[in-house]
Design a binder for this molecule. Sequence first.
Ligand SMILES: Nc1ncnc2[nH]cnc12
Ligand SMILES: [Zn+2]
Length: 331
Amino acid sequence: MRDFIQSLPKVELHVHLEGTLEPELMFQLAERNGVKLPFPDVESVRAAYEFEDLQSFLNLYYNGACVLLEEQDFYDLTRAYLDRVAAENVVHTEMFFDPQTHTERGVPFDTVIGGILRACRDAEAAHGMSTGLILCFLRDLSEASAFDTLEAAMPWREHIVAIGLDSAETGHPPEKFARVFEEVHNGGFRVVAHAGEEGPPEYIRQALDILRVERVDHGVQCTGDPELVKRLAASGICLTVCPLANVKLRVFDTMDDHNLPQLLQAGLNITVNSDDPAYFGGYMNANMTAVAEAFDLDRETLRGFTRNAIDAAFIGEDRRRALHGILDRAA
Ligand SMILES: Nc1ncnc2[nH]cnc12
Ligand SMILES: [Zn+2]
């Protein structure tokens, strides 16, 4: 099965670039930039990756991101992720980035996005893959800060495939950003949001009804509301599920307890993704392998994850046809 998963063309729709920062690169950038890390070495960073919940992870994740200061740092981060997943046969990826994590520390928006985009162009040329960039607002920050971020993003509009919402979910419902996302829609952006990772089904409803999302990031808590599950199934909206993340952040105790089988049984449009692979124990292949082994999934189901992701990707119809062709010819 591992060989099949390696050779299966894969499409990732839910990965945070800041969550691809491996401890080795973290230390390299800390040294380059004269940043003091609260860990003596790479091993002790990895040893600290035991999380209670989403917030306990985010504390480490935001701290790790402090080593990212220069345009070249964002290039190196992005390029390392893209080179790595290209080797896993990821043929298209849509990556989140959190500008406020950097602008709040005084790093200019243009430095962040400039480095990321340069790496995307180089990796596309090197590997023949395609990429998209999704800007996320941090939901634990204010509406005003999200509006400022949107304004900073406007000159880069054509390079941003969608706008999303992430960070600490509990206590920060989608409705908090209703007015910002009105403006996002007016600007012609596509919209996604993290909803129902830890938060209640009501947050998924708000993401659909108030933010008018085209994909729900995570969404696994929908099973607490059978009417919502029916609605998600009928609409065919894509859920970007991140299995290893859900176990690492204790949404489910073990992979065997994950509700993926229930989601599939309900006829939901499911994709499998890595979320923050440097922190959660693996990239696309590891996530696919984890669910394939836990639930004894067959090849057609795994192929289906790629097919769903191709259909839900924010790409032109030519590229969509090309990706379906790659999938059909493979494995
Ligand atoms: N799993 C996650 N949930 C919410 N925000 C995040 N930012 C990075 N990873 C995240
Ligand atoms: Zn996420």
